[in-house]
Design a protein around this ligand. Structure first.
Ligand SMILES: *[C@@H]1O[C@H](CO)[C@@H](O)[C@H](O)[C@H]1NC(C)=O
Ligand SMILES: *[C@@H]1O[C@H](CO)[C@@H](O)[C@H](O)[C@H]1NC(C)=O
Ligand SMILES: *[C@@H]1O[C@H](CO)[C@@H](O)[C@H](O)[C@H]1NC(C)=O
Ligand SMILES: *[C@@H]1O[C@H](CO)[C@@H](O)[C@H](O)[C@H]1NC(C)=O
Ligand SMILES: *[C@@H]1O[C@H](CO)[C@@H](O)[C@H](O)[C@H]1NC(C)=O
Ligand SMILES: *[C@@H]1O[C@H](CO)[C@@H](O)[C@H](O)[C@H]1NC(C)=O
Ligand SMILES: *[C@@H]1O[C@H](CO)[C@@H](O)[C@H](O)[C@H]1NC(C)=O
Ligand SMILES: *[C@@H]1O[C@H](CO)[C@@H](O)[C@H](O)[C@H]1NC(C)=O
Ligand SMILES: *[C@@H]1O[C@H](CO)[C@@H](O)[C@H](O)[C@H]1NC(C)=O
Length: 730
């Protein structure tokens, strides 16, 4: 009996060849679909506050009689919204949402919608009269249902069974669920597990069973523990994505929301789409966008090229395959496939640049947002991998005796355990230091310190595969960027303070201390030029000045100056619309021992460190409670509202300045952003090569001197950026 039912379950769930490890059993036959429910929309009035106190509801778009509307609410585990009996605050917030729905053309100005009345009386909220009135129960109208499901946080990932919903798209049936902020479809496989012959190979579109329990996150790509990454549920079988959407379109209805696809950061060696930091529910509810977060392969398994038999850049190819999945399926989740934006921070920002630079990604997206990409660092080449990287990695993973031919090496690399490639063993750490040393001296011509930041990079493919056509600066200089879409670049004020204060002890405030630090961070001639200029003076009154100014130099060399240089010289030719902004203030992404004190409020210097923009922009300070203070003060909430609204505006219209009419009619949760853009007339201007200022998005926002033509950047321009000096010279 047990055996029989087990066999039945196996047949039902289809653990076919190469089936992923994740439990693929569907949620059962009772889960409804948008086909039977019509279009459903989550309404969450979202202040991005830790209390999560905004009113939540569900809009049923189908026009139904009152009794059928009640049945429809019941079908998703809810009931008609008790408009008359809730506190005034809830009613007010719901009306702001209804006004927005009219603005967004989801409702007509004169639409009435069912809400709950007392007893048998049928009540509507009247759009034209702006109040609840009684109506004939036979009218066929949209309806507002309750949303009695919790918001997701790092400590509460409750899946309320009655909120589950199954979406069919082509051959996929994905059972996700609804929380207080959005519909969510988690752990969706888009590629076959990259194991065996698919290790160190381009990803293959998912071919396993397509009836999927999408209520659980997929595994993160194998990596060692880190503050930004995963410490559990990691495996080589990790090519999953997550979809967060405010609307699920029913039959014959198109929702057409803008889509934002995210590539996480982590130096190409760590990170995951699964952390609460990148939960798309806040973007979905506050700014009405469909968010997709994507896992991609990391470390040597993500990027090692062996010679002529492998392509390299597997992680970037994973991202492009995910974008193909989005093209095929996102309409079923309310997204508009012609309005797909890509965005990412740090290595995720570099990933966005890699995808912009890949002709294989043509037509897959129409907007790009690059956060804090260290654009000074060029991609690797095939030669760099085979000459400078492969020998060290082969030895570390136990394949040193298989290097006589590329074929034998590749079969060895594909057969050793995946854990051999993780950068936490002594053998692998030794290999990575050797790679940083050799790549630093024989390719990048930079310090080992700098080369060790990202020892395993995507590479330019010279074989014509179209995944990274050429170096970014070359594509710009020769006017060959294959994807020319509206693009916004952001940096934060003190990118490098994170690294300098983490790795370098307090050196006080003396000029000699700074000279020592510059000598460690930069090649000697550049260090000497920096010392000779007065561009980076120490401040004797600031007791940690050496590290603060040293970090400023590194921020300028890796982020600010090369970005300003590239955009000044080729931005307007390569991007139809271009914005460049600097973000200041912010909040650390995690409070772990790897994040120095300087990145959080302190009495010495409040640095806006690398990654301090992530939680505010995502609005996920309200979802993250472990290892992070939710907010330092109320200013953080307003800053978070500002960044979320600026990003949302860019995703919607490729203009980061939100529509002030929309902000005004959305009420108090948007009042701070409205005051900035509406009342104070603040504006983020398009990039202008001769403009001397750029938008500084702090709270409140202001304008900053554009550093691009300052004395600080001149030193680096004169010496030449790393991408200009890089050449293989072993
Ligand atoms: C009304 O708002 C309060 C505070 O945000 C919330 O806890 C409650 O669930 C809301 N009630 C309804 C029915 O929306
Ligand atoms: C949520 O909190 C804000 C203050 O931050 C308040 O104005 C609003 O009325 C609250 N919403 C509800 C539903 O209680
Ligand atoms: C390194 O990380 C992998 C994957 O997390 C783990 O299996 C292994 O035990 C770790 N090794 C060490 C030496 O910590
Ligand atoms: C790749 O091919 C080139 C040209 O045929 C050859 O010179 C080179 O040695 C090959 N590299 C490897 C690692 O086999
Ligand atoms: C390489 O050495 C390992 C043990 O260190 C052994 O398991 C493996 O079979 C060897 N491979 C070849 C190709 O000799
Ligand atoms: C720095 O200044 C010294 C003394 O004026 C000079 O000899 C040296 O050439 C300068 N070096 C650089 C790299 O500018
Ligand atoms: C540096 O100055 C700050 C206040 O400006 C003080 O809180 C801190 O203790 C000082 N640090 C040292 C090492 O003296
Ligand atoms: C850093 O921010 C905190 C909180 O806003 C403030 O109390 C502190 O004075 C600031 N530190 C400096 C050096 O400005
Ligand atoms: C970070 O964590 C440490 C202990 O784990 C705690 O003492 C400190 O207050 C925390 N800082 C912030 C800003 O959350």
């Amino acid at each position: 009996m047990h055996f029989r039912s087990l066999a039945g379950a196996l047949l039902l769930c289809g653990p076919a060849f190469a089936a992923p490890a994740k439990d693929r059993c569907p949620a059962g036959p009772s889960v409804p679909t948008p086909d039977s429910l019509g279009t459903l929309q989550t309404l969450k009035y979202n202040y991005l506050k830790a209390e999560n106190n905004g009113t939540a509801a569900v809009l049923v778009h189908d026009r139904l009689s009152n009794s059928k509307a009640q049945g429809r609410c019941a079908a998703v585990g809810e009931k008609l919204y008790p408009f008359q009996t809730v506190p005034d605050a809830n009613r007010t917030e719901l009306v702001y949402q209804l006004d927005y729905l009219v603005y967004a053309k989801d409702l007509r100005p004169d639409d009435d919608v069912w809400v709950a009345g007392a007893g048998d009386d049928c009540l509507v909220y009247s759009g034209s009269q702006k109040q609840a009135i009684y109506a004939s129960c036979d009218l066929e109208l949209p309806a507002i249902c309750t949303a009695r499901v919790p918001p997701t946080t790092d400590v509460d990932r409750t899946v309320v069974a009655s909120s589950k919903i199954s979406v069919r798209s082509n051959d996929y049936t994905l059972t996700g669920y609804r929380d207080a902020r959005s519909f969510r479809f988690l752990g969706v496989p888009f590629a076959d597990s990259p194991v065996g012959e698919l290790r160190l190979a381009p990803p293959r579109a998912y071919s396993g069973p397509k009836t999927i329990d999408a209520t659980k996150l997929g595994d993160s790509c194998i990596q060692s523990a880190s503050g930004f990454g995963a410490s559990q549920d990691i495996s080589e079988d990790c090519l999953y994505l997550n979809v967060f959407t405010p609307v699920l379109p029913g039959h014959a209805h198109q929702a057409n929301r803008p889509v934002a696809v995210y590539f996480f950061g982590g130096a190409f060696t760590s990170g995951t789409a699964s952390i609460i930091d990148y939960d798309g529910g806040n973007f979905a509810s506050r700014n009405d966008v469909v968010v997709v977060t994507v896992n991609y392969r990391l470390g040597a398994l993500g990027f090692l090229a062996t010679g002529n038999l492998t392509t390299g850049s597997y992680g970037i190819r994973d991202q492009i395959l995910a974008l193909e999945w989005v093209q095929q399926h996102i309409a079923a989740f309310g997204g508009d496939p012609t309005r797909v934006n890509i965005f990412g921070q740090s290595a995720g920002g570099q990933s966005v640049i890699a995808v912009l630079s890949s002709s294989a990604a043509r037509g897959l997206f129409s907007g790009a947002l690059v956060q804090s990409a260290p654009v000074d660092l060029p991609w690797y080449t095939r030669e760099v991998y085979s000459e400078l990287v492969v020998p060290h990695v082969a030895e570390a993973v136990g394949c040193a005796n298989a290097t006589s031919t590329e074929n034998s090496l590749l079969s060895c690399l594909r057969s050793v355990p995946a854990t051999n490639f993780v950068d936490n063993s002594t053998a692998f750490q030794t290999a990575m230091s050797a790679v940083a040393r050799d790549v630093g001296s024989d390719y990048l011509h930079v310090s080992q310190l700098l080369a060790s930041i990202e020892p395993l990079m995507p590479m330019v493919d010279d074989s014509g595969s179209g995944v990274i056509d050429d170096q970014f600066h070359t594509l710009l200089a020769t006017n060959r960027l294959p994807n020319r879409v509206p693009t916004m670049f952001t940096t934060v004020t003190d990118e490098a303070a994170l690294y300098i204060s983490q790795f370098i002890p307090d050196l006080g405030s003396s000029q000699s201390g700074l000279n020592t630090l510059l000598g460690i961070a930069f090649p000697s001639q550049l260090a000497q030029s920096l010392i000779n200029t007065t561009a980076f003076p120490t401040d004797p009154a600031q007791n940690d000045s050496v590290r603060i100014i040293g970090a400023q130099a590194l921020t300028h060399s890796e982020w600010t100056c090369p970005q300003a240089y590239l955009l000044r010289n080729a931005g307007s030719a390569s991007f139809p619309t271009l914005y460049e902004v600097e973000i200041t203030d912010g909040h650390t992404q995690t409070n772990s021992s790897s994040i120095p004190d300087i990145c959080s409020p302190n009495p010495t210097y409040n640095a806006t460190c690398h990654a301090n923009d992530v939680l505010p922009a995502w609005g996920t300070l309200n979802s993250k409670t472990l290892n992070v203070d939710p907010y330092y003060n109320t200013n953080d909430i307003l800053h978070s509202q500002l960044l979320n609204d600026v990003f949302g505006a860019f995703f919607r219209s490729h203009n980061p300045n939100p529509d002030t009419n929309m902000l005004r009619l959305r009420g108090p949760a948007y009042a701070s952003t409205y005051q900035i853009f509406g009342e104070n007339g603040y504006e983020i201007n398009q990039h202008d090569p001769v403009e001397q200022t750029l938008a500084l998005l702090g709270m409140p926002p202001s304008m900053a001197q554009n550093p691009g033509m300052s004395e600080k950047c001149l030193v680096f321009e004169d010496y030449g950026f790393t991408f200009e000096n890089a050449r293989f010279s072993a």
